[in-house]
Write a protein that binds this ligand. Sequence first.
Ligand code: ATP
Length: 372
Amino acid sequence: MLTNSLDAAVAQRDAALPPDVANARHDAALQRDAALSPTPAEDQGSSVSSIPEDPVISIRALHKRYGENEAVRGIDLEVRRGEIFAFLGPNGAGKTTTVEILEGFRQAGAGRVQVLGINPWRAPSAWRERIGIVLQESEAEPGLTVRECLCLYAGYYRAPRSVDETLALVGLSEQAQERASALSGGQRRRLDVALALVGDPELIFLDEPTTGFDPSARRAAWEVIAGLRDLGKTVFLTTHYMEEAERLADRIAVIAAGEIIAQGTPHTLGDRQLSVAQITFAPPHEMRLGELPATLAGHADQGPDGRIVLPSSSVAADLHALSGWALARGLKLDDLEVRRPTLEDVYLDLTTDDPDPTTNEPSPTTNDQPRS
Ligand code: ATP
């Protein structure tokens, strides 16, 4: 998320607020953004739509420009009820702009946006109660305990979730009496999730929810997020962690330079399911590729590290041929691996303009570092 722009900072601050306060801020923002926006959206006049609420999010031909910069270039998206939808893309791709439009904090330039059946820019406070927002960064309520923070926020909603239940949901029951300002980073993010959940929203926006987490805190957070789906919530997740998207998302969309360049499940994104596997192993001796079984020798290659690389669209048959060949000669196949492209490989392939072939090789493990 951009933190160096005034607009983004305002949207970020407002989004953390309970519905009543956020709506008052929103009115002022509406006037400001309307004055700045060069292209009026097609449907900005309608406050409540008669369109059915499913899908939970529907975007058609959405455009948004900042002066000469067209940040979002005619995207279409649908998010279904009860799914975790991951929105991925490099820095500056247009994710935050899109999410802020969905949250009602930024006005669409053109196109049609419906969230829970309503145009977010004109949404009433009753609509805001139905969404929860977890920002990338937030500030602790000064002086309040974790429980007090939740009670404060719960008071803004007509039908909040029980505070104790919410604490248990995010794993903060034991920290209920601690000052929010004294929480660790990971606990603080759990509190952020709890604050977004205490209103019992139907739709939750999670903006890079595990940035800066250690691996065990990240896994704990994933359990909380997966639990939201079990509760029937719809989650719109923005993340730079491919492993996070792979573990959590039912569906993924990738945006680059303001356009949706791929959509699918973690398994099918970028035709991942059709990709060829690679069998690799360390050669058992100074061997020539021609020594391999005839069915394999033709497409085998030797990598720069000396390992033999076999692209394989029939892994079981190729492994059978290879292991039979090795056993017949009393050879070991050290470091034998079968690699398929990870989601990160696919993502990099989709979003890298001039791909370096070495970065697009499938890897057996997923890098835990965020990608931008
Ligand atoms: P990141 O992953 O870095 O958060 P992003 O995908 O969220 O990036 P956006 O923040 O939506 O991308 O930015 C998309 C484009 O719009 C960028 O070129 C950015 O510089 C520009 N932009 C975003 N907000 C503003 C603004 N308030 N004023 C002017 N330009 C903006």
